[in-house]
Design a protein around this ligand. Structure first.
Ligand code: DHB
Length: 389
């Protein structure tokens, strides 16, 4: 009797293990690691919402696999991002690492992708060099050099010759400063001062006072998604707009998530970027409507599009490998994908694993009482200028 009991137990355990193995075989796990709390929580919220929308629209069974999205909050802390990625690779056997709301978070995690041969899809971070940190990184966001050269070409043809640059003091800000300055100077403009503001708890006031004293035609700025509201407020409070100083930048500063709350001080601000919620295409209209419907009327920003397109790249790679491939096969199927994104045409350059897309010049205007970045010029198929060196 006892022997039989033992046998039953063993059989039960074996089945449980088999069942587990089977469940694992049939599951395709995506670790989505994002800042869901802290100062960069809007990036996490936008990307999570977009990834869930993509799954709702495209189903959660792909090539016979059940897609599981595992969302984790790293609070914007690199050590946490890395630890979460390691745990999920080792314990959960995730197939893909995704998210990465800030450059330091992506860079901290790159070695995990390399060591475990797990594709890492960067949906937000935008320093040029990130894709070089691991051969397993694919990017669906954008790069700062891509975005910055657009406005550096536009400005000198539009009465802006003397500029002070003001950027967040870390990877993407330093990229923005460098690529703006090089191109703007090449175009005959002059950057008279380059100011860098701390990433954490920035106080823009003393920097804006310096800008005021330098009396430039414009301030060129990069701040990460979400920080633009404080900058714009202090810009107005210090009277820079009244002093006739314009504000230009990459589109991070007039982020669609916060633009409408900025008020009239944002009107007329010209930026260059790869996405505006008011981009005119059927694909984008459908995306914006569905996103707002699913998220209590929240307007999607460029982070949401990076997340949505990242999911597309993962789904199509899974389809192409018929659900059978490991990390290397998936990675190969991500390279070279070409499709129409809500941002416009987009492809993943197979050589660099980085995104190639249009950069639009946009001006903040009021449309039906709401502020939008209205695109008025297009630079087609822009590769990351940071990769040509
Ligand atoms: C990065 C973060 C942002 O919020 C942004 O708008 C651009 C770049 C980054 O950390 O790479």
């Amino acid at each position: 009797m006892q022997k039989r009991h033992l046998l039953n137990l063993i059989t039960g355990a074996a089945l449980a293990v088999c069942g587990l193995a089977h469940a694992q075989d049939n599951a395709f796990k995506i670790a989505l690691i994002l800042p869901m709390t802290g100062p960069f929580a809007s990036t996490g919220k936008q990307i999570e919402a977009a990834a869930k929308l993509y799954m709702a629209q495209n189903g959660d069974t792909v090539a016979g696999k059940k897609v599981q999205l595992i969302v984790k909050d790293d609070a914007g802390t690199p050590d946490t991002t890395k630890r979460l990625a390691q745990e999920m690779v080792v314990n959960d056997k995730v197939n893909v690492l995704a998210g990465f709301g800030l450059t330091p978070l992506a860079l901290a995690t790159a070695p995990i992708a390399t060591q475990s041969k797990t594709p890492l899809v960067v949906m937000a971070a935008a320093t040029s060099s990130i894709t070089q940190a691991s051969p397993f990184i694919v990017r669906t966001s954008f790069t700062l050099p891509q975005a910055a050269v657009g406005i550096a070409d536009w400005a000198p043809n539009n009465g802006i010759k003397k500029v002070v640059s003001l950027v967040s003091d870390y990877g993407p800000g330093i990229d923005a400063e460098k690529y703006f300055k090089d191109r703007f100077t090449f175009n005959g403009g002059q950057v008279v001062e380059t100011l860098r503001v701390p990433l954490r708890n920035p106080d823009f006031a003393p920097f804006l006072q310096k800008v005021r004293d330098a009396k430039p035609d414009a301030i060129f700025t990069f701040v990460p998604s979400g920080a633009g509201a404080a900058l714009m407020k202090q810009f107005a409070e210090r009277g820079l707009d009244k002093a006739g100083i314009k504000l230009i930048g990459t589109g991070d500063v007039t982020d669609d998530d916060i633009l409408n709350g900025m008020g009239d001080v944002a009107l007329g601000v010209v930026t260059s970027h790869h996405y505006s919620a008011s981009h005119k295409s059927a694909v984008n209209q459908k995306f914006v409507e569905a996103f707002q419907k699913a998220n209590n009327n929240l307007r999607p920003n460029f982070m949401a599009v990076g997340g949505y397109d990242g999911m597309r790249v993962i789904y199509e790679a899974l389809k192409a490998t018929k659900g059978a491939g490991g990390g290397e096969a998936l990675l190969a199927a991500m390279k070279g994908q070409i499709f129409e994104s809500p941002r416009g045409p987009m492809f993943i350059d197979a050589q660099t694993r980085d995104v190639v897309h249009n950069i639009y010049i946009r001006k903040v205007e009021k449309v039906n009482g709401q502020l939008y970045n209205q695109e008025f010029d297009t630079i087609k198929d822009v590769k990351d200028p940071g990769k040509s060196k």
